[in-house]
Design a protein around this ligand. Structure first.
Ligand SMILES: [Zn+2]
Length: 495
């Protein structure tokens, strides 16, 4: 399918270009009217925790490992793509977490990190899924994280603490029509703290319950579906492609996205669909360069599926973005005249597992030599004796002196050591404040040009749908007195 669009074909498509040109000839007031209600469907795509260095290098790695570059890379070269940035700050920090980030798009208000669509004083905000559902549209959430995780929840749930996922699980009932991702543990009676059988509750309300890849690939198009394909998050793509069982049983993000579009495109009044590549963020926290890149490529495949849908229509908008940077991987200049950088980057193609799996492989490693052997086998990288000693010590709980405290843990140490070989440097192991990329295509794309405050996305999407709703908001000054009540959760657990 990739071969269907050469760069020239993308340039020629001009599907939104024609509408864009016509609009520029109108007076501003007419333009506004022409924009309002012009869009029937919106697909909002989030590569969670995608720093700017990620898409740039995913294109290169894609060429190495799959013989094709990134599809997004091609779209960026099209005159029919509108490019912009989101300012993603939250109400209590320049650095947002995913729940506050998704809530800013989902309700139009900045809130404290760790919460979902709740102001610091407890005021509940109305998430966009409720508003568009009320207007007769359908709603879909597709993700590689647990479906109750921060990013999907920010569009459809209200919860003072993002970690209370058992309480988020029932909130999608009759609000979100298509749910696909991980997170069975918050629906199955034997996995929930209260023992409730939410699988039955959803099925009683007319949802088909899916738990196999076969169902996603079948011709079935139920009106409503609860698709839960893993107990927790869906496994990393790098582990997925290296396991026959996972490949056979767990659908990819692109497969889930295609099915969601098949179902939602039947909605007479249109739909809102959020698609999240959620594990780019997790791999970034872990300083796992290959893990990030493979999940970014899986997200890229989903972009292609969505573009194929959008390019055939004149009433659909697609937005591709991220919610925040994370650890900011960047390829360093390596060697004299930086001539070693390309070779270093190419090391990633030999990695066979994520850093979620790596500890299992390292478990039996008792000596520095064992550590070296495992890393050589699993990552294709041969570290030196001093580095192996440091890692072997760290595995037993004795970290060597590390002055960047963000890196003062096993993953940070491993990230630092591997960067000597694969060239990927990291600023830390947590989220960062960078502006995030926006690429918008299709009807209404011009709304997403330039630097945009995160909260404006909510109002822009509603306007394009021809809807209106004002949520209450709070300034940082008004919020200050509530700071001591902000959720106290170990941020290392956040994603
Ligand atoms: Zn994160």
């Amino acid at each position: 399918m990739y071969d269907r669009y050469t760069r020239r074909e993308i340039l020629r498509l001009g599907f939104a270009g024609a509408a864009g040109l016509a609009l520029t000839k109108l007076a501003p007031a007419q333009q506004r009217r022409a924009t309002e209600g012009r869009v029937k469907n919106i697909i909002f795509m989030v590569s969670d925790g995608m720093s700017a260095g990620v898409p740039s290098l995913a294109d290169e790695l894609g060429k190495l490992v799959r013989g094709k570059g990134s599809f997004w890379h091609q779209l960026l070269q099209s005159p029919d793509a509108t490019l912009g940035f989101f300012d993603m700050a939250s109400l209590n920090s320049l650095v947002t977490d995913s729940s506050s980030a998704s809530s800013s798009w989902g309700s139009g208000s900045r809130i404290f990190n760790g919460q979902i669509n709740v102001l610091p004083d407890g005021t509940r905000l109305t998430p966009i899924a409720h508003i568009v559902k009320q207007a007769g549209k359908k709603v879909g959430l597709v993700t590689t994280t647990r479906i109750t995780h921060a990013t999907p929840a920010g569009f459809a749930a209200v919860q003072p603490k993002r970690d209370d996922e058992d309480d988020i699980a029932p909130q999608y009932l009759n609000v979100v029509d298509v749910l696909m991702g991980g997170g069975l543990r918050h629906y199955a009676p034997n996995r929930r703290r209260d023992g409730k059988d939410l699988l039955k509750t959803y099925q009683d309300a007319g949802y088909a319950y899916w738990n196999t890849r076969e169902q996603v690939l079948s011709n079935a198009r139920p009106e409503k579906v609860l698709g839960l394909f893993y107990d927790s998050h869906v496994p990393y793509t790098i582990d997925h492609i290296n396991s026959d069982t996972l490949r056979r049983t767990v659908p990819t993000l692109a497969e889930m996205t295609r099915k969601a579009l098949e179902i939602l495109s039947n909605a007479p009044n249109g739909f809102l669909l959020q698609v999240e590549g959620g594990r780019v963020d997790h791999a970034a926290h872990a300083n796992d360069a290959a893990g990030i890149m493979w999940d970014q490529l899986a997200f890229d495949d989903a972009i292609e599926v969505v573009f194929e849908f959008v390019s055939k229509r004149d009433d659909t908008l697609m937005i591709i973005t991220s919610d925040h940077g994370n650890s900011n991987p960047g390829l360093n200049g390596m060697g004299a005249e930086y001539q070693e950088s390309n070779k270093a980057m190419a090391q990633l193609q030999y990695a066979k597992c994520s850093f979620e799996e790596l500890p299992n492989k390292l478990r039996s490693a008792t000596s520095a030599d064992d550590v070296r052997t495992v890393l050589k086998e699993q990552l294709g990288i041969e570290i030196n004796g001093e580095e192996a000693n440091a890692l072997a010590g760290a595995l037993k709980g004795n970290l060597p002196p590390i002055w960047n405290r963000q890196h003062r843990n096993l993953q940070g140490l491993l990230g630092e050591i591997l960067s000597n070989y694969n060239g990927y440097g990291w600023v830390g192991t947590s989220h960062t404040a960078d502006y995030t990329w926006i690429t918008a295509l299709g009807a209404g794309r011009e709304e997403f040009h330039g630097l945009i405050r995160n909260t404006d996305a909510f109002y822009k999407m509603l306007k394009l749908f021809g809807l209106s709703h004002k949520n209450p908001s709070m300034t940082p000054e008004e919020a200050r007195k509530y700071l001591s009540r902000a959720p106290r959760i170990r941020t290392e657990d956040w994603a």
